[in-house]
Design a protein around this ligand. Structure first.
Ligand code: 5AD
Ligand code: SF4
Ligand code: FES
Length: 351
């Protein structure tokens, strides 16, 4: 081993020791970790996950209830300008059927996810939420940007959590990729959600064109500053019907490194092993669960609609049933010695 290698390894070990003990790193230290090969980082994140979250994995049943979206994000297959996508919207009854399946299968959370579909007014959503809340189940909303007042009503109707990724904290990049949207408003939405008492989830995409390592470090520091309760990291998967069709595809390792650093700096939060991770590498979710993640969000949308929720290509499970997915993921989780949680899995729950 040469001296340079030794010095590099020592530096990495020192940073990881500091992270494990203090859960604080500066931007330069985060950049060092992002530039490393990741192997020591993943081990360290796994250790912190075990200490703070134990071996339980929380399952959140994902219902993709509308692929209609008013936004035109440059990376996403649901963008309003993609005319090749067959659009759908589940009825309230169809959504409630999915919820019944979730309850009967032992899920303790359903995630209602859609594009920014304004058919689903605050009133319609509140009425749906109240019906779902007749069951003992937590509700996570992932429906995009709304006003403070609407977020407030949705919370009062019974929703518990909200997912809204910042996508990138690089303002210029954000502007380029999100026509007619405002970075400042997105940050304000996240602050509003926190203020209203939602368990608030955010996250970013990794692999956007012109995204730098430093900007990923800023993303991580932003999550900590916001005190996010959940952070989901997605590797960008270029979609052929979007302006980013030719973007870099090889984003999994960097996404895993970002995720692992988030675990080191925010030891008690919930971190999903994202579907996108498995869509680009076999067992990507299991790799993520061994590198800091403690949540999985199996798809419980009914068959004919899954294919149409094509945020990115080659999404896993598009031909599988909700029953198949739950059995599949349970056996994968158990195969690595982890256990399926039977609680709602709030951030602050005791171990
Ligand atoms: N690749 C990976 N993730 C994507 N998302 C949107 N488009 C893509 C893509 N091409 C993610 C965004 C959004 C979430 C619902 O899906 O981060 O917040
Ligand atoms: Fe719409 Fe979300 Fe896709 Fe943007 S990322 S186009 S807001 S579904
Ligand atoms: Fe859907 Fe494995 S989780 S088939």
């Amino acid at each position: 081993m040469n001296k340079f290698y030794n010095n590099k390894q020592n530096l990495l070990c020192n940073i990881l020791d500091k992270a494990e003990n203090t859960h604080n790193l500066n931007k330069n230290e985060i950049v060092e970790l992002l530039n490393s090969d990741g192997n020591l980082l993943y081990k360290s994140a796994d250790k912190v996950r075990k200490k703070y979250k134990g071996d339980f994995v929380h399952l959140r049943g994902l219902i993709e209830f509308s692929n209609i979206c008013r936004c035109n994000c440059y990376y996403c297959g649901l963008r309003s300008e993609n005319q090749k996508l067959d659009r759908y919207r589940l009825t309230e009854n169809e959504i409630l059927e999915c919820v019944n399946f979730a309850v009967n299968s032992g899920y303790k959370t359903v995630v209602l996810q859609s594009g920014e579909d304004m058919y689903w007014t605050c009133e319609r959503l509140c009425s749906l939420i109240k019906k779902i809340k007749e069951h003992d189940i937590a509700i996570t909303l992932s429906i995009g940007e709304r006003s403070f007042d609407e977020y407030k009503k949705l919370k009062e109707a019974g929703s518990d959590r909200f997912l809204l990724r910042i996508e990138t904290t690089d303002k210029n990049l954000y502007k380029q990729l999100h026509p007619n949207m405002s970075f400042e408003n997105r940050v304000q939405c996240l602050k509003n959600l926190k203020k209203l008492g939602y368990e608030t989830g955010t996250g970013c995409l990794v692999g956007l064109p012109n995204q730098t390592i430093k900007s990923l470090a800023d993303d991580i520091l932003f999550f900590k500053e916001l005190d996010a309760d959940m952070v989901g990291i997605g590797p960008l998967i270029p979609h052929p019907e979007t302006p980013l069709a030719n973007a870099n595809k090889d984003n999994l390792d960097m996404a895993l490194k970002v995720m692992a650093i988030v675990r080191l700096l925010m030891p008690d939060i919930n971190i999903p092993a994202t579907t996108a991770m498995e869509s680009i590498r076999e067992n990507g979710r299991i790799i993520a669960l061994n590198s800091g993640a403690n949540v999985v969000m199996p798809n419980i949308t009914k068959g004919e609609y899954r294919k149409k929720y094509e945020i990115y290509p080659n999404k896993i499970c598009i031909n599988d049933s909700p029953e198949k997915c739950i059995n599949c993921i349970k056996s994968k989780i158990e195969s690595i010695g982890r256990k399926i949680s039977t609680t709602k899995g709030y951030r602050k729950d005791a171990l």
